[in-house]
Design a protein around this ligand. Structure first.
Ligand code: MD6
Ligand code: FE
Length: 216
């Protein structure tokens, strides 16, 4: 049937293989974004966005918080995962089941059928916020992928290689896009260029990125 074929092609067009272990799925969470934003509002009432200190004492320009069993934090002692929010000394808010379901589904599409996220880092970028080139290597289980949701105004993402000095490709991540990466790509360097002035109908002058991680 023609309509089915068109639909399938459409789905395939939205899936872009960036590397052997990496799949970009454009618009994957589009129809859930309003609900996701409501969940983020609930989470940030309990665990507000804060600008953390890097180990060498720089305040990050990105506001961060977490939900789930474990959350990523940085302070003068280094990067680590913690079950408690260092501001409130309480557990991080629960990971909403919608978040988990969508992240597990995206991981499955990308070829990671056993993804069990237990931590979820939520980043808030205002105009000018950036994230320097880094590797995500604080997770004990480097076999599990990371799943990343983008919401709000677009970002230019830098997608590098396994060495910091490797050339980077630029990639625009827009509202509703999901990026899944693991396997041979798991330790690639990556970053976010300073966010350009823009406005999004649901989030205004903000970009929110949610990354799901499996620690165990
Ligand atoms: C961001 N994302 O998109 C930052 N890390 O705002 C990350 O640093 C990231 O998207 C690991 C895996 C996927 C990511
Ligand atoms: Fe990262």
């Amino acid at each position: 049937m023609i309509t089915d074929d068109l639909f399938e092609n459409d789905e395939e067009l939205n899936q872009i293989r960036l590397g052997e272990g990496t799949l970009l799925i454009r618009h994957f969470i589009n129809e859930y974004t309003a609900e996701i934003i409501t969940e983020i509002e609930t989470i940030t009432k309990q665990a507000p966005f804060r600008k953390m200190l890097t180990p060498n004492g720089h305040k990050m320009s990105v506001g961060m918080t977490n939900c789930g069993n474990v959350g990523w934090v940085t302070d003068l002692k280094g990067y680590h995962y913690s079950q408690q929010d260092p501001i409130t000394q309480r557990h991080w808010p629960n990971m909403p089941s919608l978040f988990r379901e969508l992240a597990v589904q995206a991981a499955g599409l990308a070829g990671y059928p056993n993804f069990q996220p237990d931590g979820c880092l939520i980043n808030r970028y205002l105009i000018g916020s950036k994230l320097s080139l880094h590797q995500d290597k604080d997770e004990k289980n480097l076999n599990a992928p990371i799943v990343s949701f983008s919401l709000g105004i677009p970002a230019t993402f830098q997608w590098g290689g396994l060495k910091r000095t490797d050339q980077t490709e630029k990639l625009v991540l827009s509202h509703g896009d999901v990026l899944v990466w693991g396997g041979v790509d798991r330790l690639r360097f990556h970053g976010v260029l300073p966010i350009k002035s823009n406005n999004h109908p649901l989030l205004g002058e903000q970009r929110i990125n949610i990354t799901f991680r499996q620690l165990s």
